[in-house]
Unconditional design. Structure first.
Length: 318
């Protein structure tokens, strides 16, 4: 490769400390790009970061052309076509099926964040499927992504404006958007704090930020440890728990915080060891069924596989 795959050690993005405890060292298990990267815990505030990690110049090498979130053939695009078809059904059948079509959108954009000028920004929009659904619901979405290919897909698939830009500086005026969404984006950013400060700036007073990230305090992470899929080294530079995500949002100035967990994989505790092949599916389902009894307990303890968080910019500004 033409770009040297250099790495660096960085200070904690939450408290600025530089004293770390290394939890484990891993490799790029998804695409096999060379290098070793550690998951470290800050000795002062407990935040988890990848250290050492690729430098800003080397990071694009870890996002190959086959990276799923930038691929127009990925399942999320197909599911969005399905959702839009369900949302366009009229009459009694529409009354039955439209809620299913809205489900993926409403997970991050509940009705209580609506209002204001209905302008929405998605940072790390990928192929723009969420922007496409937002446009159907009457929002005026704009996408931002560091991948030019992803921005082109967003414009082509959904007719939504998308800018090739990183999150360290957003090319928008103050108080522009009613809603800013970061869906599985915050963990990829070199400095989540810097990006959230920019988000705070471009939000209208009373506007909302909506965030979804992997949950490093999930039951799956505790069971699988260093082999947990959502470490995704080295693309994930930060690894959030409910406590560290709340602390970061409060430090930036967001209020009215709502943080919960979602997604439960019942096979984590029971049948993950069974092979995925014809004839075994029924047995996996049968043995995994009792694990669903843990679902309310897992969500109550915020130990689902992902964290969803919302924060509001105070009406008076910061």
């Amino acid at each position: 490769m033409s770009t040297p795959l250099t790495t660096e050690w960085v200070s904690c993005d939450l408290c600025g400390a530089s004293e770390w405890e290394t939890l484990f060292v891993g490799r790029d298990r998804r695409y096999g790009v060379p290098g070793e990267f550690g998951v470290t815990r800050c000795r002062y505030c407990g935040h988890l970061q990848t250290n050492p990690r690729p430098t800003r110049e080397a990071l694009p090498a870890y996002y190959p052309e086959t990276y799923e979130s930038h691929d127009a053939t990925c399942h999320r695009v197909r599911h969005t076509y399905r959702d839009l078809a369900l949302l366009r059904i009229k009459g009694v059948l529409g009354w039955l099926f439209r809620p299913f079509g809205a489900l993926r959108f409403r997970r991050l954009v509940p009705v209580w964040v609506e209002g204001g000028n209905r302008r929405m920004l998605e940072i790390g929009c990928g192929t723009g499927w969420l922007c496409g659904l937002a446009a159907f619901f009457g929002w005026r979405p704009v996408g931002v992504d560091i991948s030019l290919r992803a921005c082109q897909q967003t414009c082509r698939l959904w007719g939504v404006t998308s800018l090739c830009h990183d999150g360290a500086f957003l090319p928008f005026r103050d108080n522009t958007f009613q809603l800013v969404v970061l869906r599985h984006t915050l963990e990829h950013l070199p400095s989540p704090r810097t990006t959230l400060q920019e988000v705070f700036r471009v939000l209208q007073p009373g506007g909302w930020v909506a965030i979804e990230v992997p949950n490093a305090a999930s039951l799956g992470c505790q069971v699988f440890g260093a082999r947990w899929d959502s470490w995704d080294l080295p693309r994930h530079l930060h690894h959030f728990t409910p406590q560290t995500l709340q602390r970061l949002l409060e430090q930036v100035g967001f209020a009215n915080l709502r943080i919960g967990s979602a997604q439960w994989k019942p096979f984590v505790l029971t049948t993950h060891w069974l092979p995925r092949r014809p004839g075994v599916g029924f047995l996996r389902g049968l043995l995994g069924a009792p694990a669903w009894l843990l679902f309310p307990w897992v969500l109550a303890r915020r130990q689902g596989e992902v964290l969803r968080a919302w924060g509001r910019k105070p009406e008076t500004g910061k």
